[in-house]
Design a protein around this ligand. Structure first.
Ligand code: 13P
Ligand code: SF4
Length: 321
């Protein structure tokens, strides 16, 4: 099996990196990156984080900048634009979508909401701006449990779009939220059988899993959490080896933070490759980052009316966590 080595070492990228740093200064730009993008991008970013931290950081980071570049996927760029409407928000590649966001078209979600009158609508941040605009409050994998628990136990709740995160939150909060039937194609691919085989070969290695994974995978996990929570756990744990069931970009920060530990990427069901990558996140490259800074495009644009409606549930989330 091929080992995952998302090191970000990027042989021959020095000139590119220098150009990016020069352009960043020239354009007064700030670069944000999610843990799933290539290690070379994480290393050049001003701030690397999970979805929650990136949303929290956006307004802060943009305060003195004219341009914000989001190395991640579209819904993250849209969130930054909603929070910082007067800034230019660029992305290295606008094709960087999200299968989970795509699994919940806004018109269909509107009909789902209409079919459940009297329900509070809690949506995962991995959604289009149209779905955000239909929501009462947003959550990320970092704060979903806390925000759901901030509502009374008998609150009627719709949770969308991730059925795996939703059913995980239902199980740990003892709720019966009505779930939208969506999922992330990357996290759905993790194989409980292959993880169990790895666990048998590495009995002392805790299994770390993102809550977007299916229930049989979560049942094998020693720690379920957002990318930031898994990273924190791995760095603090006395264990020497870990089996990691989330997108393999996170291994870069784990290996950087604890070079003496071994991080084993949990394999997907249907591949001979030993790791599991989000093809959308991997559309971000150093060359495209350089191009977008140089050309001032592609730029994230959002419908102002939708942005105004989406801002409320985003701000409500940020006030609750
Ligand atoms: P985090 O909330 O952990 O950053 O996860 C984002 C994501 O896209 C998971 O697939
Ligand atoms: Fe979307 Fe899944 Fe990629 Fe995360 S890993 S950005 S949920 S497709």
């Amino acid at each position: 099996m091929k080992e995952c080595t998302n090191s970000g070492a990027g042989v021959g990228n020095d000139a590119l990196r220098e150009e990016i740093l020069r352009l960043k200064k020239e354009k007064n730009a700030v670069i944000l990156a999610h843990y799933y993008v290539d290690g070379a991008l994480q290393d050049i970013a001003d701030y690397v984080g999970d979805s929650l931290a990136l949303a929290q950081k956006a307004a802060d980071a943009a305060r003195d900048a004219d341009v914000v570049v989001m190395c991640g996927v579209n819904f993250m760029g849209e969130t930054v634009k909603v929070l910082c409407p007067d800034k230019t928000v660029l992305m290295p590649d606008l094709e960087a979508g999200c299968s989970l966001a795509d699994s919940c078209p806004a018109e269909e979600f509107a009909a789902f909401v209409a079919a459940h009158p009297g329900h509070t609508v809690i949506s995962y941040v991995n959604t289009s701006i149209g779905v955000k605009a239909l929501s009462d409050v947003l959550v990320t994998s970092s704060n979903a449990r806390r925000i759901v628990e901030s509502f009374p136990a008998d609150e009627k709740i719709i949770f969308g779009p991730d059925r795996n995160l939703g059913s995980y939150i239902n199980s740990v909060t003892d709720r019966e939220m009505v779930l939208w039937d969506g999922a992330c194609h990357v996290h759905e691919r993790f194989s409980p059988e292959r993880i169990a085989e790895l666990k048998a070969a590495h009995p002392d290695a805790p299994v770390l899993a993102h809550p977007e994974c299916r229930r049989p995978v979560l049942l094998l996990a020693d720690k379920v959490g957002s990318t930031a929570a898994l990273l924190e756990y791995a760095l603090a744990s006395p264990a020497k080896e870990f089996i990691v069931a989330t997108e393999s970009g996170i291994l870069h920060q784990m290996r950087k933070g604890a070079p003496e530990k071994t991080f084993i990427a949990a394999p997907p069901t249907d591949s001979t490759c030993g790791c599991n990558e989000c093809a959308y996140m991997k559309l971000n490259t150093l060359a495209k980052l350089r191009d977008c800074l140089r050309d001032g495009k592609p730029e994230i644009q959002v419908d102002p009316e939708l942005a105004e409606r989406a801002l409320r549930p985003i701000e409500r989330m940020l006030s609750l966590c």
